[in-house]
Design a protein around this ligand. Structure first.
Ligand code: FAD
Length: 413
């Protein structure tokens, strides 16, 4: 695959029209006002049938899982997984809106991705069938807003090592305590995946990692107001405080304390998915910055000629185009791998995230430079994209952590 099909281009154009009508006119309010992004995202989902498609995919997946469970219970051979749809895992309905939204409002993608992607994936990957049916459908359609909470004030890159959030057994129930920070959708989340350590009085390094599903309004759970931050203003980020939150085993993902079924492996699968999504986000930012830069280079006259005639400006445009091609190829590769049912390794997902995040930040900052003083002004838009791009190098694992993961995998072979 080296370009989108005609059908996919039609989806892209329709998404562009939606963005022009529903998002661009409200960008100021979404970026700098108090309006959360969820209603606009729900409208996007409804307009493109993304909610109905998600519901169908979920129903098929659950039907398959039930057949497998029945076969296993009866001692029969489990059925084969049904064939995929061959269009790259519904890529036109997932990746194209991510790219297009990121050209204008990357924060909306962060809010959407954490809710629809990360939170539901955490439950889908390790939850029981009953847990999936209870929480996932409304997350996939954005009827409910989801948050995935691992980071704490003293535990970021070393997410498991320094984690203080705890679960203590209390009869048949658990008491959860701890605080989480930088949680996307934290202020508005209805459904929260809370990752913590089982405290059995053993040394913290030996404690089992568990994930629980919490709901807004649960006694002892406090959700902060949105934190102020550098970019991604349309994605609310907040803190969570848990004081003796009492939950039953039905909220423990997988309903088991077995680490293989839940715990670290579950969280790692989620990292992987998060990382591969960043390339599509980076592509949207790069495409927009490049197009705006080319237009400005033709239009802006200094020393009696368009600045695009200066070789130093041409160098910037050429580097942006190299980045666009490389990141686009990574995105197409993801689509192809998904269509082939070939999962990405953690090293591949990390390499892709590292490269794309750096490329998006470099391109956006160079776009600001190319625009000169106008580049520093909000009106010209590259300023927002540069602030937004920076966090791609920080969340979902910093650049430095991606490097360590890639190297660890290479050296292990
Ligand atoms: C806008 C935003 C949204 C977020 N959303 C979520 C969310 O929804 N859920 C969630 O759980 N978290 C979320 N996060 C948290 C994010 O994942 C962390 O900020 C990130 O993992 C880095 O952790 P930290 O901030 O504690 O930095 P630290 O881990 O303290 O890192 C500080 C610096 O040290 C470097 N460093 C750390 N360890 C090493 C090492 N071994 N080798 C080399 N260098 C190292 C880092 O790369 C970094 O440069 C979000 C963060 C932001 C900014």
């Amino acid at each position: 695959m080296f370009e989108w099909s005609d059908e996919q281009l039609m989806v892209r154009d329709a998404v562009r029209q939606f963005i022009d009508k529903e998002i661009r006119p409200n960008l100021e309010e979404l970026e700098h006002g108090d309006t959360p992004p969820y209603d606009t995202l729900r409208k996007l989902f409804a307009t493109f049938g993304m909610d109905a498609a998600a519901r169908d995919r979920f129903a098929n997946q659950i039907a398959f899982e039930k057949q497998v469970a029945d076969a296993v219970a009866a001692g029969d051979q489990p059925p084969d997984r049904p064939k995929r749809d061959g269009d790259g895992g519904a890529s036109s309905l997932t990746i194209i809106p991510i790219i297009e939204l990121c050209r204008v409002c990357p924060g909306m993608v962060t809010a959407m991705g954490v809710s629809v992607g990360l939170t539901s994936a955490a439950i889908m990957s390790k939850g029981t069938i009953a847990q999936k049916e209870r929480w996932v459908p409304e997350l996939l359609t954005l009827e409910k807003v989801g948050a995935w909470a691992i980071t704490e004030p003293d535990s970021g890159s070393d997410a498991f090592g320094s984690m203080k959030a705890s679960a203590r057994r209390d009869g048949d129930e658990y008491l959860l305590n701890g605080s989480k920070t930088f949680i996307t959708n934290g202020p508005y989340a209805d459904t929260i995946v809370f990752i913590c350590k089982l405290d059995e009085g053993n040394p913290p390094a030996e404690r089992t990692i568990l994930s629980f599903v919490l709901e807004r309004g649960t006694a002892g759970l406090e959700q902060s107001k949105p934190l102020r931050k550098m970019g991604m203003h349309s994605s609310p980020t907040g803190e969570l405080f848990l004081t003796d939150v009492r939950v039953g085993r039905d909220r423990l993902i997988g309903e088991t304390e077995d680490v293989v079924s839940g715990g670290r492996e579950g969280a790692k699968t989620t990292f992987q998915q998060e990382r591969s999504g960043v390339a599509a986000m980076a592509l949207g930012i790069i495409q927009e910055c490049l197009e705006l830069s080319v237009a400005y280079a033709k239009d802006r006259v200094q020393f009696g000629q368009p600045i695009g005639r200066f070789q130093l400006i041409q160098d910037k445009l050429a580097r942006m185009e190299v980045a666009r091609l490389n990141v686009e190829n990574l995105v197409f590769r993801t689509v192809e791998m998904s269509a082939a049912g070939r999962p990405m390794t953690l090293a591949e997902a990390s390499a892709m995230k590292l490269y794309s995040a750096r490329a998006a930040t470099e391109v956006a900052l160079e776009a600001v430079q190319l625009f000169g003083g106008n580049g520093y002004m909000s009106e010209f838009r590259v300023e927002q994209l540069a602030r937004d791009a920076k966090v791609l190098q920080i969340y979902a694992g910093t650049d430095e952590i991606q490097i360590t993961h890639i190297a660890k995998d290479l050296l292990r072979r």
